[in-house]
Design a protein around this ligand. Structure first.
Ligand code: SAM
Length: 233
């Protein structure tokens, strides 16, 4: 058991409400999975007022009880919004550290009574490239959602939180191969979150785009009529 945080490497520590991942260089920055307070609570309050673009991109509202696989779960924020809006969400995350934080976040959500959204979230620690390839997992997937890490300068511009995530995950988090797997596994569509001006993942043009101020959702229909359209949200 450490009595002092290390000065030269990332560390996990229990926080007042959740496990936190911290980097020690000053100013110390920590991140946590938090479905209950802060930004996520604000987003939850807005759900009734404003239709989330992510929900539109995933086709929520067009079908009941959609099963969405968030194949790059990260801190679970997008997955939580989808679950709060009624989807069954399977979260796949390959980093054991992030999985431990997600598990902790789900426990806190249960303790705070955030049902039924929490009950609609199922966490699996796995490499989504492998998980999506397994025919036993493919039978019930309506939508695969991908939110790849930004790369290079985009990552640097995205702030302290992403810098911490990329210090944890290192390089090799490209998700181009995942798009191919997702297109085979999903029955209805694959949705990829991109920065507004980033090129399409793997250079593959989407069928539809929903573009906001800083982000964009690229939508790949399964068996689409091949007309490309785009809209602002
Ligand atoms: C930008 S973060 C996603 C953030 C997330 N959308 C959120 O709302 O918090 C990308 C995550 O994808 C994960 N990831 C990348 N490739 C993966 C793979 N093949 N299988 C599972 N997880 C993967 C990374 O470990 C990282 O946590």
């Amino acid at each position: 058991m450490l009595t002092q945080p290390p000065s030269d490497q990332l560390y996990l520590q229990p926080g007042p409400s959740a496990i936190q991942l911290c980097q020690p260089t000053r100013p110390v920055t920590c991140i946590k999975v938090d479905f209950v307070t802060g930004r996520q609570a604000h987003r939850r309050r807005q759900l009734g007022h404003r239709r989330e673009a992510i929900a539109k991109a995933c086709g929520l509202g067009q079908a009941d009880n959609l099963h969405i696989v968030d194949a790059t779960a990260g801190l679970g924020r997008d997955a939580y919004v989808l679950a709060a809006l009624g989807a069954q969400v399977t979260l796949i995350e390959r980093s054991p550290v992030l999985c431990a934080m997600l598990e902790d976040g789900l426990k806190q959500a249960a303790a705070a009574g955030l049902e039924p959204a929490r009950e609609r979230m199922r966490l699996i620690e796995a490499d989504a490239n492998v998980w999506l390839d397994d025919p036993r997992n493919q039978s019930s997937i309506d939508v695969v959602y991908l939110d790849p890490m930004y790369s290079g300068a985009r990552r640097a511009a995205a702030g302290k939180e992403l810098a911490l995530l990329s210090a944890l995950l290192g390089s090799g988090n490209e998700t181009e191969q995942l798009l191919e797997k997702a297109l085979v596994a999903a029955r209805k569509r694959v949705v990829v979150k991109r920065q507004r001006r980033a090129p399409a993942l793997a250079g593959r043009p989407p069928d539809h785009q929903l573009t906001g101020k800083s982000t964009r959702f690229d939508i790949y229909q399964i068996n689409p009529a091949r007309t490309v359209d785009s809209a602002e949200y």
